[in-house]
Ligand binder design. Structure first.
Ligand code: GDP
Ligand code: GDP
Length: 441
């Protein structure tokens, strides 16, 4: 099931980043033990009362004249409208209702997306409460007083946010279709790839507007398998500022990846793999999605017998944290190997939901430990008593050990590799949860 997206918007200096960091803070340190991913502080996982959501900071403001700033605020509000399920609009009580707030409110009022209005910097609830009423004049609902700095009112704010989420069951539509997000930098050929798939199959059902978001999803059926391609092309944005373009393409990728089962990272063969590609790939990896790396425009480069190997080596270096993702070399223009890619999507999707019996897992674990002794430290040796799979998408295993400190990254990776060798898991990350034996299950 896809997690809802909440986007923070508002004028500069109202406290958006402060709020983002307070809401995100704890979660971030928990997720960080996955290797190889530099976390961009544009998005974060938040959990409140058992509801998980992705928080996006649309911010990032270039200093400039007043009209330029307003333009940026409105542009960011537009991104929020396109990508988010709930928009969190932040104002500042110390400044009162500003002209720019009114402009943003006018824009937000025209969308059907729910808006939650937070009035920040209410550091003294009793003294400043009356001033909050002024924000009713924005006519986008009840203003919720908070102090991001002092962490006041955040519970009420989160209550209001999650009350706007679509009901959880309602999202389970189209279970049998594989949802595929095609992600990557601008101009690598994402739209061309979707067009090629749609054109070639000639089995387009229709372009139905997405139910939870305004993005257009394209359903395709091939050999009895349904696919839904999540199209983010409509969110293309023109901007002259390089940071803006990068930020938008990351926000877009987060929104698409959140809803997908399988993410295809498209790389331009002419450019090779770049930092921005690595960042975007990290989104799929972090979210635990099945992934494929597609080197596109394969038709357009000069090749000899070493070209493909060089690409494979570069990808291996730059995306060292996702060795599981199959690499495909395609041309969206000529259709080269695009058909085969659909097969690969099916395979990685199956692996993403693969369940292995506890008996088999423990057989492989015991053999792995016999082949390579678990490490020891200061005379104490790691013991792994037992392993069991607790969930799928991605496959997640609990390892019961005597001392968690002794299970170093390298040995965990060794176990992971043994599992991969035994069971495949091509195209999917696998996660481990480590428990000490005397802990509660
Ligand atoms: P952004 O530009 O909207 O992201 O705003 P920032 O988060 O950078 O905050 C702008 C300024 O407001 C900083 O100096 C913060 O310390 C301050 N600030 C943020 N939240 C609060 C708050 O709840 N109370 C007070 N008094 N100041 C705050
Ligand atoms: P997007 O921004 O990632 O959606 O990229 P587009 O699909 O709009 O493609 C950007 C440019 O690359 C267009 O001029 C396409 O014609 C071109 N292009 C896309 N795929 C291929 C390909 O496989 N081979 C070649 N030679 N050009 C391609």
């Amino acid at each position: 099931m896809s997690k809802p997206i909440v986007a923070v918007v508002g004028r500069p200096n109202v406290g958006k980043s402060t709020l983002f960091n307070k809401l995100a803070g704890e979660r971030i340190s928990i997720v960080q033990d996955r290797p190889g991913v530099t976390r961009d502080r544009i998005y974060a996982d938040v959990e409140w009362l058992d509801r998980k959501f992705t928080l996006i900071d649309t911010g990032g403001m270039e200093p400039g004249a007043e009209d330029i700033i307003l333009k940026q605020i409105l542009q960011q509000a537009e991104i929020a409208i396109e990508t988010a399920d709930v928009i969190l609009f932040v104002c500042d009580i110390k400044q009162g209702v500003a002209d720019d707030d009114i402009q943003v409110a006018n824009m937000l009022r025209r969308t059907k997306k729910p808006v939650v209005l937070a009035v920040n910097k209410v550091d003294d609830m009793r003294r400043e409460n009356m001033d909050v009423y002024e924000f009713y004049s924005l006519a986008i609902g009840e203003p919720i007083p908070i102090s991001a700095g002092q962490m006041l009112g955040l519970g009420d704010l989160l209550d209001a946010v999650i009350s706007e989420f679509p009901p959880e069951e309602a999202e389970e539509e189209e279970e049998e279709a594989i949802k595929v997000a095609i992600i990557g930098k601008p101009n690598v050929g994402k739209s061309s790839l979707i067009n090629n798939i749609l054109g070639e199959e000639r089995l387009i059902v229709s372009n139905i507007p997405g139910t939870t978001r305004d993005a257009i999803d394209s359903p395709v059926e091939k050999d009895g398998q349904k696919f839904i391609f999540i199209d983010t092309a409509g969110m293309r944005r023109k901007s002259k500022i390089k940071e803006d373009i990068e930020r938008f393409s990351i926000i877009r990728a987060v929104a698409a990846v959140e809803r997908c089962d399988v993410a295809i990272l498209v790389i331009d063969a002419n450019e090779g793999i770049t930092d921005q590609d690595t960042k975007i790939a990290g989104i799929a990896h972090e979210r635990g999605k099945a992934a494929i790396i597609a080197v596109n425009k394969w038709d357009s480069i000069e090749k000899d017998d070493k070209t493909m190997n060089k690409f494979l080596k570069d990808i291996g270096n730059e995306l060292a944290y996702m060795p599981y993702a199959p690499r495909v070399f395609i041309s969206a223009k000529t259709g080269q190997r695009v058909n085969k890619m659909l097969e690969t999507i099916k395979t990685v999707h199956e692996n993403h939901a693969l369940r292995i019996s506890t008996g088999l897992l423990n057989d492989v674990l015991i053999e792995a430990m016999a082949m390579q002794q678990p490490p020891s430290d200061k005379g104490k040796q790691l013991r792994i008593y037992y392993v069991t799979q607790v969930s799928v998408k991605p496959p997640t295993f609990v390892l019961f050990v005597n001392d968690r400190q002794l299970l170093h990254f390298s040995y965990r990776r060794y176990i992971e590799n043994q599992f991969r060798e035994a069971f495949g898991f091509v195209g999917t990350p696998i996660h481990f949860i480590v428990r000490e034996r005397n802990e509660k299950n």
